[in-house]
Design a protein around this ligand. Sequence first.
Ligand SMILES: *Cc1c(COP(=O)(O)O)cnc(C)c1O
Length: 387
Amino acid sequence: MKFETQAIRTQTQRGKQREHSTPIFATSSYIFDDADEMRQIFSDEIPGNVYSRYTNPTVKEFETKVALLEGGEAARATTTGMAAIFTTFACLLAQGDHVLMSQAVFGSTIKLMENYFQKWGITFTLINSQDPAEWEKAILPNTKIAYFETPSNPGLQIFDLDAFGKMFAKNGIISIVDNCFATPYLQQPIKFGIDIVIHSATKYMDGQGRVMGGVIVGKNAHIALIEQFMRNAGPTLSPFNAWILSKSLETLAVRMDRHCENALKLAEWLSHHQKIKRVSYPFLESHPDYEIAKKQMKAGGGIVTFEVDGDLEKGRKVLNNIKMMSMSANLGDTRSIITHPASTTHSKLSPEQRSLAGITNSMIRVSTGLEHIDDIIADLNKALSTI
Ligand SMILES: *Cc1c(COP(=O)(O)O)cnc(C)c1O
């Protein structure tokens, strides 16, 4: 089946009411017919649910769908995107291991390494390059994991998935990609040889700014380890949030088509505006990684970043004169959202780290929503006319 059909028709559970929509199994535990069955299910001799920290049918349906859509063997869903990242690292890393991490990743991901994993005896190298050869040079004998985002947040740098996948496989390193900005609809890193894909489902997977969630997709061997870790550590997604996310996946393809269409129109419009110094969008020919983006992505995504011609004050004035778009730190919502990364999502990073991640003081990020593009442009046009 095609992506759209899988997203809609994957139903792993059905109740006894002949319900058409997917049901929510809002239960923390499950009952057994007799002591023997209980013993067998508890010891994994026969499949079955025991306790919703371990497995829940609604959560399982969301996980099954995401695994299918990403082209992975299995998936596990977590409470948030950060919980997915933490779980993966905490499960796969041991004292003495080393991690290669892109500089251009979500701020909290770097903070996790700096503030926690480092004190637990795990070292890491932050790499400011999209060249696989540069990453290969940084590999140490104890390097276990390599981690990057493409497109990155908010710099929209693109990493060549094919080249990186092959290079890490050759070196026996577990490669992990945060695929949050692209979603499996636009790009499937596992098909390029990446081992594990992580999502903040809070963003485009929900797509309507309602719930938090995360998901980890990969090979059975890795996901089995992650499942064991999650049983003990407990970052499991709630059935209600899993239900929301499962329903949301049914519309992911149509939503992403419109997000991308609006974002491309916005980026093109901005690139002709005289008060704009620079526009970044992966499917604009002016983007430095345009060729790679075209090769591995179906469309350019919903995020556009730009810099106004002027200082921080001018950037702030534009933000303050926006009327329709929401000023918020989230992204991937039906509602267009405008953010100033340097003072919000990436404010905890040092100025050097920000500049290495490609974030300047006057950079503005728009998560292009599903409103009519004319209204999005009119809102920004009015705000730009004030500077
Ligand atoms: C938001 C985000 C995260 C963190 O996800 P939460 O659901 O907020 O915990 C991780 N990576 C990227 C790229 C994000 O945009």
